[in-house]
Design a protein around this ligand. Structure first.
Ligand code: TMP
Length: 262
């Protein structure tokens, strides 16, 4: 049997060649990094939880007609995805002031923003993913105006959908980051959502207590990261209420009188 070919290794995931042309297998590692990988730890169980949560969210987005790269989960740590050409931008949508926005503009963390704010960051680890404007994106041809319009429309639809999804389970969607990619269908190019949507790439606060259920728990040493992500999974109905196994075991079926024998 030949070994499968690795296409790319990032900080939290690995891409392998998929079973058919135009597909990849996306593997979720247990690595947690922050501050451009200055802080790094292996956190047992993180990859499994992000695989499940991203599956749940991307599957739901596909279901409402927001195109994503997600095809199906294949096991605890891997999902089958459509290959696409990644646009070298991170698109951040913010509903509430937090993180770098709060710091840069001197706004208190937790202040509601007057409207959702969309920001772009140029994906380049060597430069520490600097914030860029539409002018930079167009001038350096990272995306054209049509791409940008599509990206913003998708980002805002994701924001609307996810805000509602999380609010329904008592979680406030403070902000999130998405990555987008291009696919070609005949002569037409389409932009789809790629990478992952998980507590690694969102800020998620408990509506009642303000408790954080996202990667800030790791960035700011606030407690156990897996417990926080498992809480998100539980509330979304992905994990059983009691926690424990990520995949529910087989259900015992009561044998009927007939099967019990004569
Ligand atoms: P920020 O406030 O640090 O700029 O982060 C904004 C959102 O983007 C937050 O939900 C976390 C997410 N994010 C990533 O997914 N990857 C990153 O590298 C950074 C810096 C932020």
């Amino acid at each position: 049997m030949s070994r499968r070919r690795m296409v790319y290794e990032g900080k939290a995931k690995i891409l392998y060649e998929g079973p058919e042309p135009g597909t990849y297998i996306q593997y979720f590692k247990d690595d947690a990094t922050a501050f451009n990988a200055e802080k790094h730890e292996i956190i047992d169980g993180k990859g499994v939880l992000n695989n499940r949560i991203s599956e749940h969210i991307m599957g739901a987005l596909n279901g409402i007609g927001v195109p994503t790269h997600f095809i199906r989960r294949v096991n605890m740590r891997e999902q089958l995805i459509r290959a696409c050409e990644i646009i070298p931008l991170e698109v951040v949508v913010r509903n509430v002031a937090a993180g770098s926005l709060a710091k840069r503009l001197g706004i208190d963390e937790g202040d509601a923003l007057p409207r959702p704010i969309v920001e772009y960051y140029y994906k380049d680890d060597k430069l520490g993913d600097p914030m860029v404007s539409e002018e930079h994106i167009l001038a350096f041809n990272w995306a054209n105006q049509q791409d940008l319009d599509d990206m913003v429309a998708l980002a805002l639809r994701v924001n609307d959908f996810l805000s509602g999804l999380f609010l329904g389970v008592g979680i406030k969607l403070v902000d999130f980051k998405i990555e987008l990619g291009r696919i070609w269908e005949g002569d037409f190019q389409r932009i789809i959502i790629a990478d992952e949507i998980s507590p690694d790439s969102c800020r998620l606060w408990d509506v009642d207590s303000g408790k954080k259920f996202d990667k800030d728990v790791f960035r700011r040493d606030l407690g156990n990261l897996v417990d926080a992500y498992a809480e998100v999974a539980k509330r979304l109905g992905i994990l059983p209420e009691s926690g424990g196994a990520v995949v529910a075991g087989p259900k015992l079926v009561k044998a009927s009188k007939k099967e019990k024998g004569s």
